[in-house]
Design a protein around this ligand. Structure first.
Ligand SMILES: Cc1cc2nc3c(=O)[nH]c(=O)nc-3n(C[C@H](O)[C@H](O)[C@H](O)COP(=O)(O)OP(=O)(O)OC[C@H]3O[C@@H](n4cnc5c(N)ncnc54)[C@H](O)[C@@H]3O)c2cc1C
Length: 398
């Protein structure tokens, strides 16, 4: 048995999954710390939609693994089921041009997909009424996970694997020895560790300040809504409706869940480690905007009204890819962040990759395009000095 200690900072889905995979790899002692209860950040607010049809080779390979792991977790976690409904990525003719170029990549990496015209989409899902010009790129392996089922189920699992979860303990600094990160400081005392893994999402800039570590990432407010129950059952896949700037899927209890982007909104800078996502707000008119945009596509949405709203932050790196792996200048320190609007989709594989870096020294997939060391410091400074609107940041959906 390994006698080392790993400290995972952040109890969102990335931190929970990292702790889970470290335990599966028989790492010695694993402590997961969150400043609130687990799932208190973006994870409990996510729509949980997942597609494997991303835009880079590394993205496609890692998501392929995520989808495999979600199916395994569905068997393994009590009270959790991966909703295997497929993910329909919608395009209009201008946006399809770029996506069409990726089809050879999907073929080469043996990732299944189907291209559907509007008539075929209406035939398969009578509740859907896409515009005649829409092109559907169906990911038959995609679907969604309900955060309120997945997070408690994974938390329960990692407890049974012997992981110590410390809630309501904020990490306030780091213990250093000979240029190596040797642990974390909290109000309740110092915790020594051989591997320190930071998965604090939008809090990353604040939390890593004492280490003089800075990554080119920006946060944006994002929101999603769930309706009251529908009176009749409908069958639709999870839909990334790119031409409508949002997404829609089924939700528990015969409800619909939909979210929309706010492209004109400026980035949100987290300026304190005490920041909490409950401090965010969304313009009231967004609820009507979603109805206006999505009723033509999913007409049954007109028969209900909104019941709940969830608002959180999504984070993007300068090149749009996640930031994941060891940090060369700080031996013993690892990071997983900036998963754009797809951190829920990435979490099973992100946790596995981080655990592989810690335990094996290298992961089973080459994720050098996600390396924390890939950025040039001058570009980072220039990028962070600007304030951008969401439309100007590289943004991808799920
Ligand atoms: C409205 C919305 C819809 C979304 N929809 C989707 C979707 O459909 N599909 C998808 O894949 N992704 C989606 N996302 C994105 C997804 O939610 C995130 O990418 C993912 O949850 C990030 O997980 P995380 O563990 O990195 O972050 P978080 O869940 O935010 O976890 C970070 C944790 O760190 C803790 N923390 C912070 N500072 C400290 C400290 N100093 N000490 C200790 N702990 C600390 C926080 O309390 C928090 O619990 C959505 C996001 C939003 C907001």
């Amino acid at each position: 048995m390994n006698s080392s200690t790993a400290v995972v900072i952040g109890g969102g889905v990335i931190g929970l999954s990292t702790a889970y995979h470290l335990a599966r790899k028989q790492f010695g002692k694993i402590i997961l710390i969150d400043k609130g209860p687990v799932g208190d950040g973006a994870s409990s607010r996510a729509a949980g939609i997942i597609t494997g049809l991303l835009w880079s080779e590394t993205g496609v390979l890692t998501r392929k693994k995520s989808l495999e792991l979600y199916r395994e977790l569905s068997q393994e976690l009590e009270g959790y089921t991966f909703q295997d409904v497929g993910c329909l990525n919608l395009f209009d003719p201008p946006s399809w041009k770029d996506r069409e170029k990726l089809l050879p990549l999907y073929e080469r990496l043996a990732v299944p997909f189907e291209i559907l015209d509007a008539a075929e989409m209406r035939r398969r899902w009578p509740a859907l009424n896409p515009r005649d010009e829409f092109i559907g790129l169906l990911d038959p392996l995609g679907g969604y996970s309900e955060p309120h089922e997945y997070i408690p189920a994974l938390t329960q699992k990692i407890r049974t694997l012997g992981i110590e979860i410390r809630e309501d303990q904020k990490v306030t600094g780091f213990l250093m020895r000979n240029g190596r990160v040797m642990g974390v400081k909290t109000a309740a005392g110092d915790i020594e560790g051989d591997a320190i893994i930071s998965t604090v999402h939008a809090w990353t800039p604040q939390v890593l300040e004492p280490l003089d570590l800075c990554f080119p990432m920006k946060s944006f407010v994002h929101q999603r809504y769930v309706t009251k129950p529908l009176t009749t059952a409908v069958n639709i896949p999870a839909i990334n409706a790119n031409p409508l700037g949002g997404y829609i899927r089924l939700a528990a209890g015969n409800r619909l869940l939909a979210g929309i982007e706010t492209e004109a909104r400026e980035e949100h800078r987290v300026t304190s480690t005490d920041f909490h996502m409950s401090m965010l707000s969304a313009p009231a008119e967004l609820k009507e905007k979603i109805i206006r945009e999505f009723v033509p596509l999913v007409p049954v949405l007109a028969n209900t009204s909104w019941e709940t709203e969830k608002i959180g932050l999504i984070t993007f790196s300068m090149d749009g890819e996640p930031i994941l792996g060891p940090v060369a200048k700080l031996p013993g320190f690892y990071i997983g962040t900036a998963f754009h609007s797809g951190g829920f989709a990435y979490n099973p594989v992100a946790g596995l990759l981080l655990a592989e870096f810690v335990v094996d020294g290298q992961p089973h997939i080459d994720v050098s395009p996600f390396s924390p060391d890939r950025f040039d410091s001058q570009n980072v400074d220039a990028y962070l000095a600007t304030t951008v609107r969401q439309a100007e940041a590289l943004h991808r959906r799920h």
